[in-house]
Design a protein around this ligand. Structure first.
Ligand SMILES: Cc1cc2nc3c(=O)[nH]c(=O)nc-3n(C[C@H](O)[C@H](O)[C@H](O)COP(=O)(O)OP(=O)(O)OC[C@H]3O[C@@H](n4cnc5c(N)ncnc54)[C@H](O)[C@@H]3O)c2cc1C
Length: 466
């Protein structure tokens, strides 16, 4: 991965807009550049495009969409941005988060209206940290279906997508303008492709263990359940070009990945009154703080595992998720008619189980927060039948990266934009602050799709001007 001198390079082929990566960011970006009237080509390293996008639940938060209005949900960019900023404890810039909060809703409506992407509004539970129902996703709640729907839209639009094409190097002239890329094809052949504008949609560095240890040591020993082709190329090219980086310690962790099946167990089971116990049968946190910060928290427990214990309401809510149905089919969901049976099935000490259940019942009865600050009034009580899944903590994807402006243009260290370089999704700094706790549910796809659209529009404009 290098940045090479552009002087005298003879490209095999030239296209106005080139996009690196065919996850949600790259595909949305390509659609937006195409709708702005430009020819665009997407280069994807994998043989079959999937990205982190296919591993996700495919849920994108957005305010003031048609779907929200149809359900009578009152929302606004101001409310959305206050949720985003509050989750980071004020560690994400308000104006950047506002760009995302304002543009996400129109982006969802555009994908539905112009590209026949079918979204549903999730109405049966409120994700922690969101003030109202604003999660949009495919009916199946799988990112794989979102990815397939975007790939189909790209195909309908007649956009060229070349898979098995790993971009290795960028050609950059003395002014910082990217003139093209060198990419490796599946047979090892190298091709030189010229462009007028380049969109980096090749995500973050979750698949690069060395970079994870360097930038986010707290999660370096946890399992990586992200997309391993995301090796931090955008960050490394940016560093070589003198781009500004920000929030490199930000990431989406997950404290509830079925072990050893490596499938995420939806946090809906927690939102419906479920808890996390370590192997001593003890709670260790306020689970409602969010799933991301629990990645490192669970990894720090004895044997690096925990048990998700929940009730039938949690089970019913989770059954909507494809991953949960898979986890169940694999036999990872244990069901018990009593605490004694739960203790037997999980190996957790029954006395500790009883003590935690008693403490929760007392918190619910008194209406006071429990010893971790979690409130239980108004949520279904933990009661038989009990459900249990053994989980570990994991890294899903990174949220720090290239600093971009309001049009997704990559910025130099002095704050000036590069002439024709854009980025979004995992390649760019997100809106999650500089930590794990700043990740509000959906932030990953939110910035992938919203910056993706902004990057595609800006790339098309730059290509016209060139
Ligand atoms: C298990 C899991 C669950 C998640 N759940 C959610 C969720 O419910 N909601 C949410 O908002 N977010 C979720 N996320 C995060 C979300 O999936 C990502 O933030 C989002 O998909 C990022 O999109 P992207 O297009 O930037 O990257 P990706 O979808 O990862 O796409 C990047 C693509 O670039 C390709 N690439 C990389 N380097 C190169 C190169 N040099 N040349 C060519 N191609 C390259 C990769 O192969 C990949 O296909 C989840 C993530 C995981 C792992």
């Amino acid at each position: 991965m290098a940045v090479l001198q552009a002087n005298g390079v003879d490209f095999d082929f030239k296209v106005p807009v080139l996009v690196v990566g065919a996850g949600a960011c790259g595909l949305v970006s390509a659609l937006a550049a195409h709708d702005s009237g430009q020819s665009v080509m997407v280069l994807e390293r994998d043989e079959r495009p999937s990205g982190s996008t296919s591993l996700s639940a495919g849920l994108i938060p957005a305010a003031c969409t048609r779907l929200q209005k149809a359900h009578g949900i009152e929302d606004s960019p101001e409310l959305f941005v206050s949720d985003l900023v509050a989750k980071t404890h004020d560690h994400t810039p308000y104006d950047q988060a506002m760009v995302i909060a304002r543009n996400a809703g129109p982006m969802i409506d555009w994908l539905m209206d112009q590209h026949q992407i079918v979204f549903e509004l999730v109405t049966d539970f409120l994700y922690p940290g969101h003030s109202c129902l604003r999660m949009h996703g495919p009916k199946s709640r799988t990112g794989a279906d979102l990815e397939q729907a975007l790939l189909a839209a790209v195909e309908r639009a007649g956009i060229d997508l070349i898979s098995g094409a790993s971009v290795e190097d960028l050609f950059v002239d003395a002014t910082g303008r990217v003139t093209g890329v060198r990419c490796r094809r599946r047979d090892g052949a190298m091709e030189l492709l010229g462009c007028n504008a380049l969109v980096l949609a090749c995500s973050g560095f979750a698949g690069n263990a060395e970079m994870v240890r360097h930038y986010i040591p707290e999660i370096a020993d946890a399992e990586c359940c992200g997309h391993l082709s995301n090796t931090g190329d955008a960050v490394n090219w940016g560093l070589a070009m003198g781009a500004a980086l920000a929030d490199m310690g930000a990431y989406q962790g997950h404290g509830s990945v079925a072990h050893p099946h490596a499938l995420p167990l939806t946090w809906a089971v927690i939102a419906k009154g479920g808890i996390l116990l370590n192997i001593n049968g003890q709670r260790f946190s306020n689970e409602m703080r969010g799933y991301s910060e629990h990645g490192a928290e669970v990894a720090a427990q004895p044997d690096h595992v925990a048990w998700d214990i929940y009730n039938s309401e949690g089970h019913e809510a989770a059954m909507q998720f494809h991953d949960y149905r898979e986890i169940k089919a694999l036999g990872a969901v244990k069901t018990a008619a009593s605490l004694a049976e739960l203790a037997h099935l999980t190996g957790l000490p029954q006395a500790a189980l009883q003590a935690e259940c008693d403490a929760i019942a007392e918190a619910a009865r008194s209406g006071s927060p429990d010893r971790f600050g979690r409130r239980f009034e108004g949520v279904p009580l933990l009661k038989a039948p009990y459900y249990a899944v053994k989980v570990n903590g994991a890294l899903f994807h990174t949220q720090g990266g290239l600093m971009v402006d309001h049009n997704a243009r990559v910025l130099r260290e002095n704050g000036e934009p590069f002439p024709n370089l854009l980025a979004g999704g995992g390649a760019a700094r997100g809106v999650s602050g500089d930590s794990s706790y700043g990740y509000l549910s959906g932030n990953g796809l939110l910035t992938a799709t919203t910056y993706g659209r902004l990057a595609g529009i800006a790339a098309a404009r730059i290509a016209f001007e060139t």
